[in-house]
Write a protein that binds this ligand. Structure first.
Ligand code: ARG
Length: 257
C-alpha cells in the first residue's frame, strides 16, 4: 500500500517535472514560428499570396495571384493533377479558419518544357472559376535584370514546413533571404542554371523556404521574381533555396494571363 502510494507520488512529481522541462520548450518554440526562420504574416499585407489545396482542404503548395483569375505556381506542384481536384485558397492566414475565398480551378497550364524541378521550367499557371477582387502581383519582365542582383533581400512566403522533414505551419509565414550570385548557387548545385533558376539564402543558412512552400512567391522590387522550387534539405549552410526564375518566362507566362 505504502509502496503503491510512493510510486504514485513519484510518478506525479516526474510528470510535473517533465511538463516543465519538455512542454515548456515546445511552447517557447511557438513564440518564433517559421517558414524556416520566419515570422507570422497576414494575407491582408500580402493579398496576392495564395495556397493550393486538395478537395478535402489539405494545403500542399503556394502560389501568387497575378490576375483576378490567374495563379502562378510551380509545375511540380500541379503536373499530373486534375484541375477538378485542385482548390486555390485566398485571404486565409490560418489554415484552420474559414476566412477568405476558396476558388475552383478550371485549367492547369504547365510549362511545356518542364520535366523535373531540378531541370528548370518549374512554372505553371492555374485558371480560377472566378475573379478574386484583390491586389495582384506583377511579373518580373526580361528588362528587370536589376531585380536579380546578388544580395537583394527578397521576400519569401508560405504555409510549408518549419524545418526539413518537420510539419507544416498552420499560419502564413514570411522571411527575407538575400539572392545569391550565380557562382555561389552553381557551386552548391551542379544542376543550377541562371537562365531558368535563381537562388536565395544566407551563407550560414537558417532561413529558407521548405516543403509545402513550393510554388509560392519570391518577391523583390514589388514584383514576382521567382517561384519556390527546390533545394537540398532546407536552410542548411551552403545550400540556398532554388526558385524558378520568372523574368525569362515572362512572355510564355503572360500569354496565359
Ligand atoms: N520542393 C519543395 C516543395 O515542393 C520546396 C523546397 C524548397 N527547398 C528549399 N530548400 N528552399 O514544397
Amino acid at each position: 500500500m505504502a509502496k503503491t502510494l510512493h510510486r504514485l507520488i513519484v510518478s506525479v512529481v516526474v510528470s510535473a517535472l517533465a511538463s516543465i522541462f519538455f512542454i515548456a520548450p515546445a511552447a517557447n518554440a511557438d513564440v518564433s514560428p517559421m517558414i524556416v526562420g520566419g515570422t507570422r504574416a497576414s494575407t491582408s499585407t500580402y493579398p496576392w499570396v495564395v495556397y493550393l489545396a486538395s478537395t478535402s482542404g489539405s494545403q500542399f503548395c503556394g502560389g501568387t495571384l497575378t490576375k483576378a483569375n490567374k495563379v502562378v505556381t510551380a509545375a511540380h506542384c500541379v503536373k499530373g493533377r486534375s484541375a477538378a481536384s485542385t482548390r486555390v485558397v485566398h485571404g486565409r492566414d490560418d489554415k484552420q479558419s474559414t476566412a477568405g475565398t476558396v476558388a475552383n480551378v478550371t485549367k492547369i497550364w504547365v510549362h511545356p518544357s518542364y520535366t523535373t524541378a531540378t531541370a528548370g521550367y518549374d512554372v505553371a499557371v492555374l485558371t480560377l472559376d472566378r475573379n478574386i477582387s484583390s491586389a495582384t502581383l506583377p511579373l518580373a519582365t526580361p528588362s528587370d535584370t536589376a531585380l536579380y542582383t546578388a544580395g537583394n533581400s527578397a521576400l519569401i512566403l508560405g504555409w510549408g514546413t518549419t524545418s526539413s522533414g518537420g510539419s507544416a505551419s498552420r499560419y502564413l509565414l514570411k522571411a527575407n533571404v538575400p539572392l545569391t550570385s550565380d557562382a555561389t548557387c552553381k557551386s552548391a548545385y551542379s544542376q543550377y542554371s541562371n537562365t531558368s533558376m535563381v537562388c536565395a539564402g544566407f551563407p550560414q543558412g537558417g532561413v529558407d523556404t521548405c516543403q509545402g512552400d513550393s510554388g509560392g512567391p519570391l518577391v523583390f522590387g514589388g514584383k514576382l521574381i521567382g517561384d519556390t522550387s527546390w533545394g537540398r534539405g532546407c536552410a542548411g549552410a551552403g545550400y540556398p533555396g532554388v526558385y524558378g526564375r520568372i523574368a525569362p518566362y515572362y512572355s510564355v507566362i503572360n500569354a496565359q494571363l
